[in-house]
Write a protein that binds this ligand. Structure first.
Ligand code: ADP
Ligand code: MG
Length: 320
């Protein structure tokens, strides 16, 4: 539940970060309400990890202001650290120990008694579906299991605010869904989650609010519904069965179309009206371009991303 009168879990204004003369964050403003999932969406290299590091006090900002759990990250980093948990993009567990041993070690670090540590470890192993693997060395774990253990390590300290930096990158679809379920359960339990992702689908699926990070700035912010509403229409997907015809269509449609993945299909922005559809087909027809298949789509976040971030060719990787 979101408590609107409570102070935000995270409040950031005018945040800047440069490495030498390379500006990575160029004036970021955002607010995350308690008990919600906020997703920072951006391509590889957009600055997501930099943002997480600043908010979790691992890195100093160049300018601006950030408050996390009611404490200033610059002047009161210890209080921030006491309130948060951070699960990194790369697992920080000890490979030679078992999952259970890792968790008990973490419980010791959190000053839990032996009995409490045991109980906490067992509870988290159960919750993150690691009970069966509990006695096996982490070196034998799959990528998804390592991510879950990494999250379990974070949860030992009962943080009310958790940073998840690309928690599902590289995971297979099943492990990804498992992680999504766990994140939802955390939020149901009142935890606030700041999640970074390269996947529109993930942000759409999980987040109460989404911010799109691009070129050091937040180029859009809102609920996924709000972002979708910013786009006047959806798109038409055109499929071709011959490479020459596909290329001819690309030439004719130019920047109005962008390639959909690796397939011989093109996306063209379209409001779905018969008039626009007819104009598109007439244009292709006048150039004798044969369309193998056509489907009309209502707007999704890919369309939003396309509309917000300029040159679609650059963004294909992100948008997929
Ligand atoms: N310590 C550093 N020194 C110099 N450049 C860095 C450093 N850390 C990150 N960068 C650069 O900042 C940009 C953003 O990086 P990062 O925050 O890791 O992006 P993301 O997590 O979105 O992939 C990248 O261009 C990266 O090369
Ligand atoms: Mg990163």
């Amino acid at each position: 539940m979101t408590n609107k009168t409570a102070r935000p879990a995270i409040a950031v204004s005018g945040l800047r970060k440069a490495f030498g003369d390379k500006v990575v964050l160029d004036g970021i403003d955002l607010t995350v309400a308690q008990g919600t999932i906020f997703s920072l969406l951006g391509a590889n290299g957009a600055g997501k990890t930099t943002m997480v590091k600043i908010l979790s006090t691992l890195l100093a900002a160049t300018g601006g202001h950030a408050e996390v759990a009611g404490h200033d990250v610059a002047s009161d980093p210890d209080s921030v650290r006491a309130a948060i948990g951070v699960t990194g993009q790369f697992s920080a567990v000890d490979n030679l120990l078992t999952g259970e041993e890792n968790l008990r070690l973490m419980a010791d670090l959190n000053h839990l008694s032996k009995a409490d540590g045991r109980r906490k470890a067992a509870e988290l192993l159960e919750r993150l579906e690691l009970t069966e693997a509990a006695r096996k060395p982490v070196a034998t774990y799959s990528g998804g299991m390592r991510r879950r253990l990494d999250l379990a390590m974070t949860l030992v300290g009962n943080p009310r605010l958790i940073f998840l930096d690309e928690p599902t990158t590289g995971l297979d679809p099943r492990s990804r869904r498992g992680m999504w379920r766990i994140v939802r359960e955390l939020v149901d339990g009142g935890v606030t989650v700041f999640l970074t992702t390269q996947y529109l689908e993930e942000a759409d699926e999980l987040a109460d609010r989404i911010a799109v990070l691009e070129g050091g700035r937040l180029v859009a912010q809102g609920t996924s519904e709000e972002l979708k509403r910013r786009i006047p229409g959806g798109h038409v997907e055109l499929r071709f069965d011959e490479p020459e015809i596909f290329r001819a269509a690309q030439r004719v449609l130019g920047r109005a179309a962008y390639r959909d993945g690796d397939a011989m299909s093109l996306r063209v922005g379209n409001d779905g009206s018969v008039r626009q559809l007819k104009a598109l087909l007439d244009l292709l027809d006048s150039e004798a371009i044969e369309v193998e298949g056509l489907s009309v789509h209502t707007p999704d976040l890919d369309d939003v991303f396309l509309a917000l971030t300029g040159d679609p060719d650059d963004k294909k990787v992100t948008a997929r």
